[in-house]
Design a protein around this ligand. Sequence first.
Ligand code: SF4
Ligand code: SF4
Length: 164
Amino acid sequence: MKEVLQQLPLKATEKQAENKKFFARLKKRPPKDLDYTMKQLHEKEFQRTDCLTCANCCKTTGPLFTRIDIDRISKHLKIKASAFQEKYLRTDEDGDEVLQQVPCTFLGADNYCSIYEVRPKACREYPHTDRKKFQQLGALTIKNTFVCPAAYNIVEEMKRLINR
Ligand code: SF4
Ligand code: SF4
C-alpha cells in the first residue's frame, strides 16, 4: 500500500484532464442506472481494498464536523461540546468546523479510529463513491483520486464501463 500511496498523486495528475472531461459528459447525460452501477463499483472496490492498510484520508485530509457530529462525539468522550471544539477543532475559511491538525488525533498507530462507532458522518461516507446522483460529485471525486486509491480505481472502472 505504501508504494500505491506514493504513486497516487502522480497517477491522479496524469488522469485529471481526462477525468474532468468524463465527469462533464456524465453530468450532462447520466445513465439511468448510475446509482445502481456506483453501488456495485463501490462494493467491489472495497472488497479488495483494506482501509486499515491505508488510512490516507485520516492522515492527510480529515472530515468536517457537523453540529450533530460534535454533540455525539463529545457525549461519547464525556466532555462538553464547547470543550471538544476548543481542544480539537477550528473554523476554516468556509466556516466549517474541521480538525486542528492532520493526521487526525483520533487515528491510532495501527490505523484504527478510536471513535469509530461515533465518527463524523463525513468519515462514514468517504470517499462518497456510493452516493446517489453521483454525476454531481465530479469535482469532489477528482480531488479524492489524489488521496484515496479506492476512489482512483473506481473512477478508472467507471470510465471503462460507462461510455460517455
Ligand atoms: S477510504 Fe480511501 S483513503 Fe481512506 S483509508 Fe480507505 S482507501 Fe484509504
Ligand atoms: S475521526 Fe476517525 S475515521 Fe474520521 S478522520 Fe479521524 S481517525 Fe479517520
